[in-house]
Design a protein around this ligand. Structure first.
Ligand code: UN1
Length: 495
């Protein structure tokens, strides 16, 4: 199925002033029109109206809408997964996996719609009862990135919808078509549901300034934004200035420690998937590898041989494991990082553009391994490309300290069979990241856990566990069923 067929499968028009190009070959795959401040304002107004009606629908009934949406996703997994591949350039297996991640979060949210539990709290006063109730927060603004063009929206939207919120989505300007296709599936679910308010989910298209319009708007009490740390730094103060709540999922600089006892065959596979999968363009991609000095040569030489045989090419072809970078800017960033790493004493294997003749308007690269003398300034920065910085270590505690010594704090992992090391890694003095794994790579998290990280990663949590609480407002209620009016803290106030 070509882009044209997929777009007509979703009934999407192909007109508009802005051309959308596939990173696979640089060809035009669609056109869209951008919103302006006036249309964004009108859409936010409609989101507010939708919220006011939706918040009164019982939560399990709201779950039914998300269940129907999950059914639409199941029925269209292949088409939407392919569109993800065409528009974002990730291999088809990962495009399909992304849609599966949407389906999974829908299932999770349906269950959650019957479990929005609050606490009952013991009151210190006689004849009183205290309780905590979670109420819908309001319309939620969702700003998403190109690399997970639909799954990350779904993490937010599926939870927000069962929590009684409406959603308004600004997808990356690099991937608007997958967003529009998702919206079509959502509208089908709304139709089958019957009596949901109109405009429960809206899309606004545009560049950074469109995201800023959402960030600024006091009618959106929650803004969930995924992207670079630079983006978060611009956006968070704008939301904070109006006392809005941000859920931030920003840059990562994820590490793996490989200890002497590690099962190297598993570690190698985990490293390769995490470092070169999605062409190194996941926020959870593996970027830093700390290898114990006794196994360093063995592991690094086998990684180099795996890297030299990686199938790089068209992500729609089944044998491909590494697709293109998203655009020229991404390629230039990779080149710059490699040249800086070289200047800092790094030994680089791989890197550079490939398949230039076959795809002159696309940017395929050979993933790179950069053996670094230490954790230099370049290693401390997140470069959204398949570069793996490798360093040796001698003491486990020192490896943990170096892992933590970067500004970002998203994902981390250790490969070890030594229980003491594994437990140390997970203990309070261990990894400082939001995600810490043992004998699993840093990427490819399941939806059931809370997803996000600390420090420059932004501190937000999305997806599983109790992340849903960020989409609701908490109300503490105290009820007096006595005939007296005792004051808390024993205060006497006779009138
Ligand atoms: C992202 O790159 O923004 O854990 C999200 C993972 C995926 C999500 C990544 N489930 O790698």
């Amino acid at each position: 199925m070509q882009a044209k067929d997929i777009l007509s499968h979703f009934g999407l028009s192909q007109s508009g002033d802005h051309v959308v190009r596939s990173p696979i070959d640089g060809a035009e795959i669609g056109r869209v029109s951008y919103d302006d401040a006036k249309s964004v304002d009108a859409k936010i107004k409609k989101s507010v109206d939708a919220f006011l009606a939706w918040r009164n629908v019982p939560a399990p009934r709201r779950g039914e809408l998300v269940r129907l949406f999950g059914e639409e996703l199941r029925a269209n997994k292949e088409a939407l997964g392919r569109l993800v591949t065409l528009e974002a350039g990730k291999i088809l297996q990962e495009g399909l996996g992304e849609v599966q991640e949407m389906i999974d979060i829908c299932d999770f949210a349906v269950g959650l719609s019957r479990q929005l539990y609050g606490l009952t709290i013991a009151s210190e006063r006689p004849g009183h009862r205290m309780m905590e109730t979670w109420h819908p927060a309001g319309p939620v603004g969702i700003i998403s990135a190109f690399n997970f063009p639909v799954a990350v929206w779904a993490w937010n939207a599926a939870l927000a919808l069962v929590c009684g919120d409406s959603v308004i989505w600004k997808p990356s300007e690099k991937t608007p078509l997958t967003a529009l296709a998702t919206q079509v599936l959502f509208e089908r679910a709304v139709k089958r549901f019957g009596d949901a308010p109109a405009h429960l989910s809206r899309i606004v298209l545009g560049l950074r300034d469109t995201g800023q319009l959402l960030a600024k708007d006091h009618r959106l009490p929650v803004i969930s934004a995924t992207g670079s740390t630079r983006m978060g730094r611009e956006l968070a103060p704008v939301v904070a200035a109006r006392f809005g709540r941000s859920i931030l999922e920003l840059g990562g600089n994820n590490a793996m420690i490989v200890a002497p006892s590690a099962k190297l065959d598993l570690a190698q596979r985990a490293i390769t998937f995490a470092a070169v999968g999605t062409a190194g363009q996941r926020c959870t991609s593996l970027r830093r590898l700390f290898v114990h000095e006794t196994i360093y040569d063995k592991l690094v030489s086998s990684l180099k041989s795996i890297y030299s045989n990686l199938p790089i090419g068209n992500p729609l072809e089944a044998k491909t494991l590494v697709g293109p970078l998203i655009d020229k800017g991404a390629f230039e960033n990779m080149e710059r990082a490699l040249s800086n790493a070289r200047d800092e004493g790094g030994q680089i294997a791989g890197g550079g553009r490939v398949l230039e003749n076959q795809f002159p308007n696309a940017f395929y690269v050979r993933p790179a391994i950069a053996e670094m003398p230490n954790q230099t300034a370049t290693v401390e920065r997140e470069t959204f490309a398949p570069i793996l910085y490798v360093m040796r270590y001698s003491k486990f505690d020192e490896a943990i300290a170096r892992q933590n010594a970067v500004p970002q704090g998203l994902s981390s992992c250790v490969f070890t069979q030594d229980m003491q090391e594994a437990e140390k890694f997970l203990a309070s003095g261990g990894s400082d990241c939001g995600i810490a794994n043992v004998n699993i790579g840093p990427s490819g998290a399941e939806i059931g856990g809370a997803f996000g990280g600390e420090k420059e990663t932004g501190g937000g949590r999305e997806s599983g566990s109790d992340s849903w609480k960020a989409y609701m407002r908490r109300q503490t209620a105290t009820i007096n069923y006595s005939d007296a009016l005792p004051l808390a803290q024993g205060i006497e106030f006779a009138v």
